[in-house]
Design a protein around this ligand. Structure first.
Ligand code: HEM
Ligand code: HEM
Length: 233
């Protein structure tokens, strides 16, 4: 019996998601929700939206680094598959004969990149954004910009959030579909980190990433975001 397998009276479970990946995932959910709430109800405290925006940027950079050195199911090389293989998986899914994945399945893997990409666009456009009168809330890099450039950042910030909402709805629909129709309880696994042992197409059990490396990635992400803003100011 390997240490990755936990057996109890129920089916044996294996590690699917390591701690840093799960912490990242739910921190991103919390900061995206907080970004919306802070814009809608935080007029009296604009710093909330700005600092929350920095947190989203640090999380995205962290995830990019963790995608290179993190646990086996967190690595991009482990879940990003070629377009043809992804289409084939999609067709198999519709025909009910899809392979099962411990980590992100081929479609889920690309959805992860879309969600990360849109969160990055929100954070980056926010840095150059300001409210229409440039009076109430200003991104740290908007001061030097012309009104036209700031209003372009404003438009991108607005439209990218609409796209992010659409991606989140698709993401939730996919998670619900896998849980209800395919009986694959993906959401609890993203909390506990464990999935039932079975014949997964990608790997039998995940190798967790090192906590030291995760802390290193987080510190590096903070330095990259703040260093970048400081240099660009
Ligand atoms: C309460 C709502 C949500 C639930 C239940 C949920 C559920 C999940 C699940 C089950 C996974 C793993 C998918 C897999 O097995 O392949 C996942 C991954 C992910 N979700 Fe969500 N999600 C939610 C909201 C969001 C939101 C709002 C975002 C915002 C951007 C988001 C971004 C992501 C990302 C980036 C991953 C990949 C995690 C990684 O590999 O690091 N999710 N989510
Ligand atoms: C450093 C980062 C950020 C800064 C400086 C920033 C700044 C701003 C500014 C100046 C506005 C316009 C407010 C107004 O017109 O009254 C705004 C709106 C908004 N921001 Fe951010 N933002 C940042 C990051 C984010 C992130 C990461 C998200 C979400 C993931 C986000 C979500 C929103 C939303 C939903 C709105 C309202 C958009 C609209 O309806 O026009 N922001 N933000």
């Amino acid at each position: 019996m390997t240490d990755a397998t936990v057996s109890s009276s129920a089916a044996p479970q294996v590690l699917a998601w390591d701690g840093p990946t799960r912490l990242f995932k739910w921190a991103l959910v919390a900061t995206v929700v907080s970004a919306w709430v802070s814009n809608k109800y935080g007029a009296g405290n604009v710093a909330w939206h700005v600092w929350n925006g920095y947190a989203v940027l640090v999380l995205v950079v962290f995830r990019l680094l963790w995608g290179l050195v993190g646990g086996s199911t967190a690595r991009f090389a482990g879940f990003l598959r070629a377009p043809l293989a992804t289409i084939r998986y999609g067709l198999d899914l519709l025909r009910g004969r899809e392979a099962h994945y411990l980590g992100h399945n081929p479609l889920g893997g690309w959805m992860v990149m879309v969600l990360l990409g849109l969160a990055a666009v929100m954070g980056l456009s926010g840095l150059f954004n300001a409210d229409t009168d440039r009076m109430i809330i200003e991104g740290p890099l908007s001061a030097k910009l012309s009104d036209a450039a700031v209003s372009l950042a404003h438009r991108i910030h607005h439209q990218a959030f609409d796209l992010l909402l659409i991606a989140i709805v698709l993401h939730l629909a996919a998670v619900a579909f896998h849980s209800v129709v395919k009986k694959e309880r993906l959401a609890p696994a993203m909390v506990t980190g464990r999935k039932p042992a079975r014949d997964y197409a990608d790997m039998a059990a995940a190798t967790p990433g090192s906590i030291g490396l995760a802390i290193g990635c987080l510190v590096a992400a903070g330095l990259i975001v703040w260093g970048g803003i400081w240099i660009a100011r």
